[in-house]
Write a protein that binds this ligand. Structure first.
Ligand SMILES: Cc1cc2nc3c(=O)[nH]c(=O)nc-3n(C[C@H](O)[C@H](O)[C@H](O)COP(=O)(O)O)c2cc1C
Length: 286
C-alpha cells in the first residue's frame, strides 16, 4: 500500500489519509484502488473489530441501566391474523428418546423422504426449540432452551413445504400462545426460500424450514452492542435442540448459515436491521 501513497499538500483533486501516523494526500483514483486493495484486510478486521469493541470496557450503560422500559417479550401479531392452535406438549405422543443415544446418533441429514410431518410432530419440534414454560415476575419468558439474560430475542418463522393440515407457505410461531399464524401463503415460496439459501437444493425437498430471526433490541436493551454476540450464541442452542428433538419424530435436520441475508429478510418481510434472519434449519422425514 505504501507504494502508492505519497506525502504532499492536498489539492482539490486529492484526499487526505492517515497511514502509519503520517498524513498523505492521495488522488481519487488512488482512494478507489486503495479501498479495493484493502478489501480483504478490511473485511477480516471487521470480525476482530467486533470482538474488540464488544468487550465490556467499551459498552457503557445499556438501556436497561438507564431505566428504559423493556421491549415486549414477543412481537405483536397482526390484528387480522387468525391463530392456528397447536397440540399442547402434554397431548403429544412421540417415541421415548434416550438423551445419550440422541446425542450419539445426531448427524446432519440433507436427504428426506417425501412424507409429510404431522402437525403434532411440528408442534413437538416448536415446543423443544422455543416453547415457553412460563413467564416470571421480571417479566421474562422461560423456555425449553437457555438464553442470555432470558432475553429470548428470537421469533421463529416456518416455511412449510409439506406438513399435514397446513397449506404450504410462510408461518410464524407465536411462542406465548403455542400457536401458528399464517404470514404468506403465496404458492412456490419454498423455491424463493431455496434461492435465498443460496440454492442449496435440499431446502426445496424438506418438509419444513425453521427460520430463527432476531429482534435485536430485545437483547440489546440489556446488553448494548454485546447483544450481537449473544444472539448468535443463543441460536446455537435452539438449533441443537432441534437436531436432538428431530430424532424422536424420525426426522433429520440440516442447520444452514449459508443464506443471502437481504433476500431472505425481504422474503420474510423484515427490515434486516431491527429484525433479521440469523439461522435456518431444514427438517424432513428420514
Ligand atoms: C453454524 C452452522 C452452519 C451450517 N450451515 C450449513 C449450510 O449452510 N449448509 C449445509 O449443507 N450444512 C450446514 N451446516 C451443517 C454442517 O455442514 C454439519 O454440521 C457438518 O458437516 C458436520 O456434520 P454433522 O452435523 O453430521 O456432524 C451448518 C452447521 C452449523 C453448525
Amino acid at each position: 500500500m505504501s507504494l502508492w501513497l505519497r506525502r504532499g499538500a492536498p489539492s482539490t483533486q486529492t484526499r487526505r489519509v492517515k497511514y502509519d501516523n503520517l498524513d498523505y494526500s492521495i488522488s481519487r483514483h488512488e482512494v478507489l484502488v486503495c479501498e479495493e486493495f484493502m478489501g480483504g484486510d478490511r473485511m477480516s478486521s471487521i470480525g476482530k473489530e467486533f470482538m474488540e469493541r464488544t468487550k465490556y470496557e467499551y459498552l457503557g450503560e445499556s438501556d436497561q441501566d438507564r431505566g428504559l422500559p423493556q421491549p415486549p417479550l414477543e412481537l405483536a401479531c397482526p390484528p387480522e391474523a387468525v391463530p392456528i392452535d397447536l397440540p399442547k406438549i402434554e397431548q403429544i405422543n412421540v417415541q421415548a428418546l434416550d438423551l445419550t443415544v440422541a446425542m450419539e446418533q445426531r448427524k446432519t441429514v440433507r436427504k428426506y423422504r417425501k412424507e409429510s410431518l404431522t402437525l403434532e410432530e411440528l408442534a413437538y419440534l416448536l415446543w423443544y426449540t422455543q416453547g415457553v414454560k412460563g413467564v416470571n415476575a421480571r417479566p421474562v419468558t422461560l423456555r425449553t432452551v437457555p438464553s442470555a439474560g432470558a432475553r429470548h430475542c428470537f421469533e421463529t418463522f416456518l416455511m412449510v413445504n409439506h406438513v399435514t393440515g397446513l397449506t404450504p407457505g410462510l408461518y410464524k410461531y407465536v411462542a406465548l400462545e403455542h400457536a401458528l399464524i399464517p404470514i404468506d401463503l403465496e404458492p412456490n415460496l419454498i423455491e424463493k426460500m431455496t434461492h435465498g439459501a443460496r440454492d442449496q437444493i435440499f431446502v426445496a425437498r424438506c418438509a419444513v424450514v425453521f427460520i430463527w430471526t432476531a429482534v435485536a433490541y430485545r437483547m440489546q436493551w440489556r446488553y448494548g452492542e454485546r447483544a450481537y454476540r449473544y444472539i448468535h450464541l443463543d441460536a446455537g442452542h435452539v438449533c441443537q435442540n432441534l437436531y436432538l428433538a428431530c430424532q424422536a419424530v424420525d426426522s433429520g435436520v440440516c442447520a444452514i448459515a449459508s443464506f443471502d441475508d437481504d433476500e431472505l429478510n425481504a422474503l420474510l418481510r423484515l427490515d434486516g436491521r431491527e429484525q433479521f434472519a440469523v439461522y435456518l434449519a431444514t427438517v424432513g422425514k428420514i
